[in-house]
Design a protein around this ligand. Structure first.
Ligand SMILES: Cc1ncc(COP(=O)(O)O)c(C=O)c1O
Length: 376
């Protein structure tokens, strides 16, 4: 793969060689005594990464979107859901929940901003919501939501409301304290901050989320993603017992296990701090170039990715193409009509923790902008 480019999009990210090697395990039965502890330990390490002692992780074959779909387990026809929308992914999460009969209220913020604490608490006081969803990092805008403050405020006003976090672009790169922040559902995938090829849907559940699922009035209108099928499987593997409902992605779970071993080999706080440091460095480079990030403040800017407005007269395809010519893959925008006007760079995982890839991106970006005629 000599034409392969450094993958600096906001996921999939660069993979560690050991993670890829782990995937070349010879065919192994998913109930083999060799594999059972690999799955069991992976479940336990997910709990460590999201800082929980008690939550129940589920690891299923599928992409991050399957986590949205799994909300079918807690949604019943007509349930009121408040969606905090900070971009494309919030919009689509709302669309997914509608499919399962939820009545959606959206709190939208101007592009680059996020709904304020006041707006959220007012909304929660006005109506009883079964669920509030927050996209921790909306990958379309690079906006970071303050899920700690929001979750604790929502829970103080309405303890029964489920706080559901789309953390697909946040687990492994942003601070998350599942228990202390009273989160109920955390949704992620394998290919971003966890540094594993795409293909695993990872969802973490609080006791309250499981209780609401167990006490629902109507049956869950889903087969594969029904928690009734998966909860016993996860419990069995964690107890180091083989179990079967649908074949797990054995090789991807070997890869996940390897990556999680690396991640948990040092305090998770160090990982968050390193992502914050590299994000700040990239934001400074953007500023020094005279460009503006999409997130309106640094507080509201993600640490695992950055979205940047292009200078007048340039479109995303030009910059993405130019960087590709220099061996660096970045991403264009994904926000309707605004898409050509900005670009996105991922800075997560090994690119941040051990390879200093951001320097290559900054150099290529600076050169490409000059070549495309940009003058500060
Ligand atoms: C914030 C967010 N949510 C959900 C998804 C959907 O995940 P997937 O593409 O793995 O299905 C993505 C994908 O980029 C995302 O960034």
């Amino acid at each position: 793969m000599s034409d392969r480019k450094l993958c600096m999009i906001p996921g999939p990210i660069e993979f560690h060689e050991d993670v890829l090697t782990a995937m070349s395990t010879p065919a192994t039965s998913h109930v083999d005594p060799l594999f059972v502890p690999i799955f069991g330990e992976s479940i336990e390490m997910i709990r460590e990464v999201v800082v929980s002692k008690v939550a129940q992780p589920l690891i299923l074959s599928g992409s991050g979107t399957l986590g949205w779909d799994q909300m079918v387990n807690v949604i019943e026809q007509g349930d009121e859901v408040l969606v905090l929308n900070t971009g494309y992914f919030g919009e689509n999460f709302a669309d997914c929940l509608k499919t399962y009969g939820a009545k959606i209220t959206q709190l939208r913020a101007p592009v680059g901003s996020r709904p304020t604490l006041d707006e959220v608490t007012t909304a929660v006081k006005e109506k009883k919501y079964k669920m509030v969803t927050i996209t921790q990092v909306d990958t379309s805008t690079g906006v970071l939501s303050d899920i700690k403050t929001l979750s604790l405020a929502i829970k103080a006003l309405s303890p029964e409301t489920l706080v559901v976090i789309d953390a697909v672009c946040a687990v492994g790169s942003e601070e998350i304290q599942f228990d202390a922040w009273k989160l109920d559902v955390l949704i992620t995938g394998s290919q971003k901050g966890l540094g594993v090829p795409p293909g695993l849907s990872i969802v973490v559940l609080s006791e309250q989320a499981i209780n609401i699922y167990e006490s629902r009035k109507t049956p869950v209108a889903a087969y594969y993603s029904n928690w009734k099928k998966w909860l016993p499987i996860m419990k069995a593997y964690e107890a180091r017992k083989p179990a079967y409902f649908a074949t797990p992605a054995v090789q991807l779970i070997y890869a996940l296990h390897t990556s999680l071993k690396q991640i948990t080999s040092q305090p998770i706080e160090k990982r968050w701090a390193k992502h914050q440091e590299v994000a700040a460095k990239f934001r400074k480079a953007v500023k020094d170039l005279g460009l503006k990030q999409v997130a309106v403040t640094d507080d509201a800017a993600a640490n695992g990715m950055t979205a940047v407005w292009l200078p007048e007269g340039l479109v995303a395809g030009q910059l993405v193409g130019s960087l590709a010519g220099k061996g660096v893959q970045i991403a264009g925008g994904i926000l309707g009509d605004l898409s050509p006007k900005y670009f996105r760079v991922g800075h997560m995982g090994i690119s941040v923790m051990e390879r200093n890839h951001i320097d290559k991106v900054i150099k290529a970006m600076t050169e490409s902008l000059a070549e495309l005629g940009y003058k500060q």
